[in-house]
Ligand binder design. Structure first.
Ligand SMILES: C[S@@+](CC[C@H](N)C(=O)[O-])C[C@H]1O[C@@H](n2cnc3c(N)ncnc32)[C@H](O)[C@@H]1O
Length: 205
């Protein structure tokens, strides 16, 4: 575990506080209300979604590869009936067709190999499974997309491996998902090149 990993985990909730207040928390709450059945969350981080899952879900499994984040997550879990495992989204330690819902919030920007992570998510979902997502993505506006390409190197350093220029919805389609509802919004209080946001669900037929 590097010093950078520790600092990022330690500061993450404080760093996100203004964005959460400016609408992200509300978006999380609305989206997670759609979770059903056996639920897997990838890159669960400090557990920002934990309190927002409906009591009606059957089970909740969280994965997180980063040791420092995992420590924060475990503290937040307390004695909740939740399974938490260290694993990257590119290599999920689950059988095919295990979950009804997979949740990714601000994680598909950071996974090392997004196509592989999306194929893994698709594999572990059982039809008619759903991927619920809140992700900041490549801008549709060409000028802003060029800025994202210019800023991506520095963004990866400052934001601990986060890519600001990924066309994540195209990636989901390529992995075999059918995009359901998508709302285009803004990650408020973030730099302009990190703001383009997609919120919605994609389905496994
Ligand atoms: C920006 S944080 C988002 C945390 C949380 N999902 C949230 O909504 O606040 C990105 C998270 O992705 C995790 N991550 C990094 N690489 C990953 C990978 N290969 N697979 C899954 N998660 C990964 C990071 O450790 C971090 O917890």
């Amino acid at each position: 575990m590097s010093i950078g990993d520790r600092i990022f985990a330690m500061c993450y909730d404080r760093f996100m506080a203004r964005t959460e207040k400016a609408g992200l928390r509300e978006r999380r709450t609305a989206l997670l209300g759609k979770a059903r059945g056996d639920v897997l969350e990838i890159g669960a981080g400090t557990g920002a979604n934990l309190a927002l899952y409906p009591a009606t879900i059957t089970s909740l499994t969280l994965t997180e590869p980063d040791v420092a984040m995992m420590r924060k997550l475990e503290k937040r879990l307390g004695d909740r009936d939740v399974t938490a495992l260290r694993a990257p989204a590119e290599d999920l330690p689950f059988d095919d067709d295990t979950f009804d819902t997979v949740v990714s919030t601000l994680t598909l920007c950071t996974v090392e190999d997004q196509p592989r992570a999306l194929r893994e998510i698709h594999r572990v979902l059982r039809a008619p499974g759903q991927l619920l997502f809140i992700e900041h993505v490549r801008a549709e506006d060409a000028k802003l997309a060029r800025k994202q390409d210019r800023m991506n190197g520095i963004n990866r350093i400052v934001a601990h491996g986060c890519n600001c220029n990924r066309p994540t919805l195209d990636g989901a389609r390529s992995a075999g998902f059918i995009i359901g509802h998508v709302e285009h919004g803004s990650l408020e209080k973030a730099p302009s090149f990190v703001r383009p946001l997609v919120v919605g669900f994609a389905e496994v037929a």
